[in-house]
Design a protein around this ligand. Structure first.
Ligand code: FMN
Length: 341
């Protein structure tokens, strides 16, 4: 059934298909019976405690799929225990020119250069006030394209403030390849500055009686070992709680799709099958180097139970999906959620 749906969806441009599928699901879920049926079919309650949060299961939707927190109920119906919304920026922005999302069918991969298209923190925070119960929501935050890197920390703080009361955890995204220079924020000094600002802000919130919200850092798979060592040191020093490994890669190595097609697509982050080994190596390196002291969310190339297990063996507690969901469908969510510890 999913194969048939995919064939139809793949006849459309990728971004059109994305919203078409979500809106069809939304229309169907207007019928409470259909929602209950979907939950019955796809949801597995296999709870996991992570960073003091009760996750209904270990499968999360990776950032970028529901950037504006518009489809939380729909993803609950598909069986997800958590959704990472965003990347959210302080002001709304349209993102890069279309087309900006490309399928590489032979590789079961995607190249995207969306560029943080989103409704902005104010609108998204308002929307989240009515978020559904029973789903963990992470807030993935970034900076506006027009904000120079010297002022980036203020953008992250702005989003942190705006979302603090309406999300369960935060992810600081300094690893998207689609915002010029963003990944330079993974360097020691700017990164330490951003993270300590957020930790300080959180402390004042806790003193005011607000709940503790864990902060994680999302990193690129393209960091060298030396850079990863710095990241580990910064995570420990800044006293944030964890790492999301990894974002998309800028590498185009080992693709089955012919290079003329790949070159014609141009810049963007590559995700899917091809990313799996590299993203998992990064995860494992962090876990081993930190002696399993850093809580980890594993993302990148998961498209089977076997690969989810490998992420878990490499140190991940929560497993996120994006491209695997598109190519394999929601049955994958259920299969992974059912994996025992
Ligand atoms: C179209 C698209 C948009 C994305 N947007 C974001 C984003 O806004 N913020 C972010 O942190 N990651 C974003 N990602 C990266 C995913 O969250 C994930 O880290 C990456 O795709 C690797 O996982 P996958 O191989 O399962 O897709 C995006 C990925 C895709 C394919």
């Amino acid at each position: 059934m999913y194969r048939f749906i995919v064939r139809v969806l793949f006849l459309m441009p990728a971004e059109t298909a994305h919203y078409f599928a979500l809106n069809c699901l939304r229309a169907a879920l207007h019928f409470p019976f259909f929602y209950m049926l979907m939950r019955r079919l796809f949801f597995v309650y296999q709870p996991v405690e992570f960073l003091g949060i009760h996750f209904p299961n270990r499968v999360g939707l990776a950032a970028g799929f529901d950037k504006n927190a518009k489809y939380l109920k729909e993803f609950m119906a598909l069986g997800f225990g958590s959704v990472e919304i965003g990347t959210v920026t302080p002001k709304p922005q349209p993102g890069n020119a279309k087309p900006r999302l490309f399928r590489l069918l032979k590789d079961e991969a995607i190249i995207n250069r969306m560029g943080f298209n989103n409704d902005g923190v104010e609108v998204i925070a308002t929307r989240l006030k009515n978020r559904p119960q029973g789903l963990v929501v992470g807030g993935n935050i970034g900076k506006n394209k027009v904000t120079p890197n010297e002022d980036a920390a203020r953008d992250y703080e702005w989003c942190f403030e705006g979302l603090y009361d309406v999300v369960d955890y935060f992810v600081v995204n300094v690893s998207s390849p689609n915002t010029p220079n963003l990944r330079a924020l993974q360097d020691k000094e700017p990164l330490m500055h951003i993270l300590s600002l957020l930790v300080k802000k959180r402390l004042t919130y806790i003193e005011q009686g607000k709940l503790f919200k864990p902060i994680l850092l999302k990193i690129a798979p393209d960091l060298t070992r030396e850079q990863l060592n710095d990241v580990i040191a910064i995570v420990c020093e800044s006293k944030i709680e964890g790492i999301v490994a990894t974002n998309t890669t800028i590498s185009r190595d080992n693709l089955l799709t012919d290079s003329a097609t790949v070159n014609a697509i141009g810049a963007g982050g590559l995700s899917g099958k091809i990313l799996f080994n590299h993203a998992t190596e990064v995860l494992q390196y962090i876990n081993q180097t930190s002696k399993s002291q850093i809580p980890l969310i594993g993302v990148g190339g998961v498209d089977s139970v076997e690969k989810a297990k490998q992420k878990m063996d490499a140190g991940a507690t929560i497993i996120q999906l994006y491209t695997g969901l598109i190519y394999k469908g929601p049955a994958l969510v259920k299969q992974i959620a059912g994996v025992k510890n």
